[in-house]
Design a protein around this ligand. Structure first.
Ligand code: LRH
Length: 495
């Protein structure tokens, strides 16, 4: 059978890639066309993204893909991290240098916002967990600090939508990413007019919301000329990376909530798939989130700090002149003493500290935990504490759905960390199935293949993934040690 090629432009907080998905009607294989670094850029004491730099790299990726696959390419589509956005003026000028969600201007904004509109009302409107990084709080910070910039805004686009605009001229927001903003109402299936009114954010800047799989248009002429690729379709996948990743979980349990996923990367997004958003008082008190997925599903999940902890420790070691790669770091953690120090990985101080090692040590000192000193001790502390956090989040989610989780799928780059996979199985007491590493890109291209009429249901997308990838299973071990660690964790981390 002829092979069709779909291009995923997959933007992560640490790197971006243009990836070709080559589909033969039964299985899919991925080939990386171009990879480029990404990360926060320090601009006069603020944290920003270099989106124009990313656009240059995306075009380079398209050029390489065009040379390699030419007329076989059917479409391309962008996915990226959630919550961040750009604003355009009426004349399509980019307003300011777009912010990175870890910028400190939103410190304290949650408290400010919830005195204006109570938490339970914001949750009833949006079903979203309260995190200061959400677009809502970023916009409120802008309203307070730079009202004149918000005043000249004509269009709000999330990061992936911005690149879709550059690719084909569309100015819409795709549904899965819209639901990460805390401005979208899952019941009315539209922007929350109520919240926009109460916070005095101009409703006119919010464009139409389109479902994943929407054909947005043909590649702009100038982009086609610049990259040498023909005027292929631009298709919105699930533009939220987590939405694309969960669409590509290799489960045959679609429609049930007795399996969980962890989309593991800079963040660990842990939860279950449900058919409707859960907006109960218990969901609010657990501070869980309902993010939109494909085919009207919702991801009931929580953001856990994730491998950001290790990435930032590594940066601290580098600053001390020690360059240690992730494989070496994991080995050092494997050799370190178990359960020496336990931390609350979701303490707000870990969101964007100048020095992660110092932040972890400070937490331990404050809580009378042995202070981790060596690289192995620090990374082991982060990984064990993450697994303990997974366990408490999962128990909370089971309470909300009334279903017991029997298996956990870990997908994304973080599933390369076999030590964390094992700890997760141990802490949660269920098998972990690790893979695919490239879940986000797979979800992206398979949603495009579906838009082209090559695949039908979400279950079929997942069957294609299962048939195309190698998976590894981790069985739970050492239950007594983990139970003891859990009681220690629960005493240390209240709430
Ligand atoms: C993961 C992710 C996550 C969001 C965060 C901002 O990359 O998209 O789902 O909460 O970034």
């Amino acid at each position: 059978m002829a092979e069709n090629v779909y291009l995923a432009i997959d933007l992560g907080a640490e790197s971006g890639r243009v990836i070709a998905g080559i589909y033969n009607g039964e299985t899919i294989r991925l080939e990386e066309m171009h990879r480029f670094p990404n990360g926060p850029v320090n601009v006069a004491g603020t944290r920003r993204w270099d989106l124009i730099g990313l656009w240059r790299e995306i075009q380079e990726g398209l050029r390489v893909a065009g040379q390699q696959y030419g007329d076989q390419i059917v479409s391309c589509g962008v996915d990226s991290w959630g919550v961040d956005y750009v604003l355009l003026t009426e004349k399509d000028e980019l307003i300011g240098q777009p912010y990175n969600y870890r910028d400190s201007r939103t410190d304290g904004i949650l408290e400010h916002a919830t005195t204006r509109v109570p938490r339970h009302e914001i949750f009833a409107e949006t079903g979203l967990q309260f995190m200061q990084i959400n677009s809502l709080y970023q916009l409120i910070a802008m309203q307070l600090n730079d009202p004149e910039l918000l005043g000249i805004a004509d269009r709000f686009l999330m990061v992936a939508d911005f690149f879709h605009w550059l690719l084909c001229g569309s100015k819409v927001v795709e549904f899965t990413n819209a639901t990460t903003s805390q401005l979208y109402n899952p019941t009315n299936r539209d922007w929350s007019a109520e919240l926009l009114r109460r916070f005095e954010i101009p409703a006119k800047i919010f464009p139409q919301v389109v479902p994943p799989g929407t054909k947005l248009g043909a590649l702009r002429n100038d982009v086609s000329k610049q990259t040498g690729i023909s005027r292929i379709d631009v298709v919105a996948p699930a533009t939220h990376d987590t939405g694309a990743a969960v669409a590509a979980v290799p489960t045959d349990r679609t429609g049930k909530a007795n399996w969980a996923y962890i989309s593991s990367g800079t963040w660990s997004l842990i939860g279950v798939e449900v058919q409707d958003a859960i907006l109960s008082a218990e969901a609010l008190s657990q501070n869980v989130t309902n993010e939109g997925g494909i085919d009207g599903t919702y991801r009931l999940l929580k953001n856990v700090m994730g491998l950001w902890l290790v990435q930032e420790c590594r940066r601290s070691f580098e600053r001390q002149g020690k360059s240690i790669d992730y494989t070496q770091l994991t080995q050092l953690a494997t050799d370190a003493t178990p359960f020496r120090s336990i931390i609350d990985v979701d303490d707000a101080r870990f969101l964007g500290p100048d020095n992660m090692v110092a932040a972890i040590q400070e937490w331990c000192t404050e809580h009378n935990e042995p202070v981790p000193e060596t690289e192995g001790q620090l990374v082991r502390c982060a990984l064990e504490s993450l697994a303990l956090r997974y366990r408490t989040v999962l128990r909370g989610i089971e309470k909300l759905t009334g279903e017991t989780v029997e298996v956990i799928h870990i997908v994304g780059g973080g599933c390369k960390n076999t030590l964390l996979n094992q700890f997760t199985a141990d802490a949660c007491g269920v098998p972990v199935i690790a893979g695919p590493i490239e879940a986000t890109a797979l979800g992206n291209v398979l949603i495009q293949a579906r838009a082209a009429g090559e695949i039908g249901t979400l279950s079929e997308i997942r069957s294609v993934v299962k048939a195309s990838c190698e998976l590894e299973t981790f069985e739970p071990q050492n239950p007594a040690d983990w139970e003891a660690a859990l009681s220690r964790y629960q005493k240390l981390v209240k709430g």
